[in-house]
Design a protein around this ligand. Structure first.
Ligand code: SF4
Ligand code: SF4
Length: 328
């Protein structure tokens, strides 16, 4: 069963990254890529090992959370606790025998231990492994109902209040303390930074790669031309209309060679929603040489609908010294 679960989850994870119906067919007919088989079996293996065998050992020894949690607790933290002051001394037996021996409310039935997903005994005190799921509380409440004793022998409370109860005193619950205020401030700061980042994130992307060969071409009118592969990403959920410009050289003009051979000062490009478009763009300029062989060229992408603007700094290349000679 665990192998089946591991296959189901591992396979589903791989299908997230590829076309699912296609990869299912290819997987069973032996036509899927090596990467699909490798990652599927890798995920099956790790899921089977970690979830099927290691189980709570992963939570205890591999997950960093218990260390954080134990560092964040203090005696006023509200968590799952055992009322040792009324449960002990524990012991089995009929009510009369228990009363005669002076036993506490815990009948040592081990129900709390059996239901614990971490396999711990909460009666030993607060432990690193406890995930505060509260299953032991429910189990013990059933036992208390059957034995006619008050519920909540295992309960939500603080260690300070439990110690006070053991002395016959009552302490108020202190939820607002410097520690909790600091935690709230840290959480709100983190949430604010994440929300701000989400709100301010760019809804478009622009990347440009300069052609490696030829680095530049001399035009018939004496100017220079460089070629680029431009990728425009529209991350919004509506189709985008963008204008693309280049600046940094005299009389910069663009040629979208796959659409038109006519040079234009700015190109208008439509990109479907949530999609990327890759274009070959030629940039022409009225210059016959380039200081140092390369100068900065800035591509500017402007979304006509939203007004959002992105820039990408690339380079424009040409002959460093002699002009009037075509160079590759
Ligand atoms: S709260 Fe959950 S993890 Fe903690 S002792 Fe009880 S059953 Fe175990
Ligand atoms: S379930 Fe309650 S009564 Fe039973 S062993 Fe645990 S604490 Fe004791």
């Amino acid at each position: 069963m665990w192998l089946f679960v591991a296959f189901w989850t591992g396979g589903a994870w791989v299908m997230y990254y590829v076309d699912a119906p296609t990869v299912v067919r290819e997987f069973w007919t032996g036509q899927a890529s090596g990467a699909v088989y490798a990652f599927t079996f890798l995920l099956i293996g790790t899921t089977y090992l970690l979830a099927g065998w290691a189980r709570e050992q992963v939570c205890i020894y591999m997950c960093p959370w218990p260390r954080f949690q134990s560092a964040m607790l203090d005696e006023n933290t509200y968590l799952v606790t055992y009322e040792a002051w009324r449960g002990e001394p524990r012991g089995k037996g009929a009510p009369e025998r228990r009363a005669a021996l002076g036993l506490g409310d815990c009948v040592d039935c081990q129900a709390c231990v059996h239901v614990c997903p971490m396999g711990i005994d909460i009666r030993d005190g607060v432990q690193l492994e406890c995930i505060n799921c509260g299953l032991c509380i429910d189990a013990c409440n059933h036992v208390m109902e059957k034995t006619g004793r008050p519920r909540w022998l295992i309960t939500w409370d603080t260690l300070a209040r439990q110690a006070a109860r053991a002395r016959g005193e009552r302490l108020p619950l202190r939820l607002i303390r410097p520690r909790t205020l600091i935690y709230i401030a840290v959480l709100l700061t983190g949430a604010g930074v994440l929300s701000g980042g989400l709100y301010l994130r760019a809804h478009q992307g622009l990347s440009v790669a300069h052609d490696r060969a030829p680095l530049f071409v001399r035009l018939a009118d004496g100017g220079l031309r460089n070629g680029y592969q431009v990728e425009i990403i529209n991350k919004s959920l509506t189709p985008g209309v963008f204008t693309l410009r280049a600046s940094g050289i005299p009389e910069a003009r663009l040629v979208l060679s796959e659409i038109s051979s006519k040079p234009v000062p700015e190109a208008r490009i439509e990109v479907p929603r949530d999609a990327a478009v890759s274009l070959r763009v030629l940039v022409e300029g009225a210059l016959d040489q380039v200081p140092g062989g390369r100068i900065p060229l800035v591509f500017t992408l402007h979304n006509e609908k939203t007004g959002e603007t992105s820039r990408y700094q690339s380079v424009f290349m040409g002959p460093a010294a002699a002009a009037g000679k075509e160079t590759r």
